[in-house]
Design a protein around this ligand. Structure first.
Ligand SMILES: [Zn+2]
Length: 351
């Protein structure tokens, strides 16, 4: 089975221009150079053995399972009219609609490749990113929630019953949280800096109704480093995975927790992203669950390229490779507290 990198040239055509009212002379941080930086880094490493695949645009009936058709049409018309700001920092240009359809299409195609065993692991590298885009509202540089549409497709069309979404973007994925908060078919786990945009993702937000307990928010303070992020993955996310037994694992892979990133204040390194990926990939291998990652944020170009490369390398490594960086006996306080807090709903974390 191949390792697959999903991409589409339309990702370069989503033109965000200048940042807008907040910083009118500054280039928008979510720009096409992000994709170029990833491609340059991966190309210099011969794509790390990944097969490059050009993605289709998402079928609109698949998209509308998360984003109602009137909203989809409103984005299409805004682009056709030449582009506009959808909110003070979320912008569309003439070609953004096509780029956004392919960004969702990449995530959906990835689900098919993984479930059909045509890929043993995959990475969908498109822009715009997705996890802030509410069903009927563009937000936080995002137009459509790529990973949420892919997870919904896995449930509705591919008939899975349990999908786990792990979101390590430095921002809380407020849309993904909202879309799945009332279902127990999707376990959404987010590690994010707090306080930070979009100001949601408090630990007390655990889902609603039948979905109570199936939303896990793990905020970390500014300055949180590899040790904190990796220990949360190894000692909270991975045990949750063993308890939930997902049939598919999707990663909202943002790289704005990197120490070089201009939009947040965490200090994760390439090695941190590699260690998080290895921990997830190892658990997926032992549960025989397919895993794929969808690009979210990451605005320091060099760090972004190197961190995506680290993720790909870890996804394609043999599961035994790599180290466990934190021992259960010596966990950071934030990880111990999270385990204690979650033990009521997930007794396996009490150990
Ligand atoms: Zn982000």
């Amino acid at each position: 089975m191949a390792y697959v990198l999903l991409e589409h040239p339309s990702s370069l055509d989503h033109d965000t221009g200048l940042y807008g009212a907040a910083a009118p002379s500054m280039r928008h941080p979510e720009h096409a150079g992000r994709i170029t930086a990833i491609e340059q880094e991966l190309s210099a490493r011969e794509w790390l053995g990944f097969e490059r695949m050009r993605t289709p645009a998402v079928d609109r009936s698949v998209l509308s399972a998360v984003h109602p058709e009137p909203y989809v049409s409103s984005i299409e018309s805004a682009c056709r009219a030449g582009g506009t700001f959808m909110d003070p920092e979320t912008v569309v240009s003439e070609r953004s609609f096509e780029a956004a359809l392919h960004a969702v299409g990449g995530a959906v195609r990835m689900v098919d490749l993984l479930l059909d065993k045509e890929a043993s692991a995959a990475f969908s590298a498109h822009r715009p990113p997705g996890h802030h885009a509410l069903p009927s509202q563009a937000m936080g540089f995002c137009l459509f929630n790529n990973i949420a549409v892919a997870a919904r497709y896995a449930l509705n069309v591919r008939r899975l019953e349990r999908v786990m979404i792990i979101d390590w973007d430095v921002h809380h994925g407020n849309s993904t949280d909202q879309v799945f908060r009332a279902t127990r078919q999707v376990l959404y786990v987010s590690i994010h800096q707090s306080p930070l945009f979009p100001w949601t993702g408090h630990p007390s937000e655990t889902g609603e109704g039948q979905g109570t307990g199936f939303t896990v928010n793990l905020p970390v303070p500014p300055g949180s480093n590899d040790e904190v992020w990796v220990s949360l993955v190894e000692h909270v996310v991975v045990p949750l995975m063993y308890s939930f037994e997902p049939q598919l694992v999707l990663i909202s892979a943002g790289y704005d927790a990197h120490r070089d990133d201009p939009v947040a204040d965490c200090t994760v390194t390439e090695e941190g992203f590699a260690a998080m990926t290895r921990a997830i990939a190892r658990a997926c291998a032992s549960l025989t669950v397919p895993v794929g990652a969808v690009l979210e944020g990451g605005y320091a170009l060099g760090a972004l390229g190197r961190s995506v490369a680290a993720t790909l390398q870890a996804l394609s490594a043999k599961p035994a490779a790599g180290r466990i960086s934190s021992s259960a006996a010596d966990l950071p306080a934030i990880t111990r507290q999270a385990r204690r807090r979650l033990a009521d709903l997930w007794p396996q974390l009490a150990a």
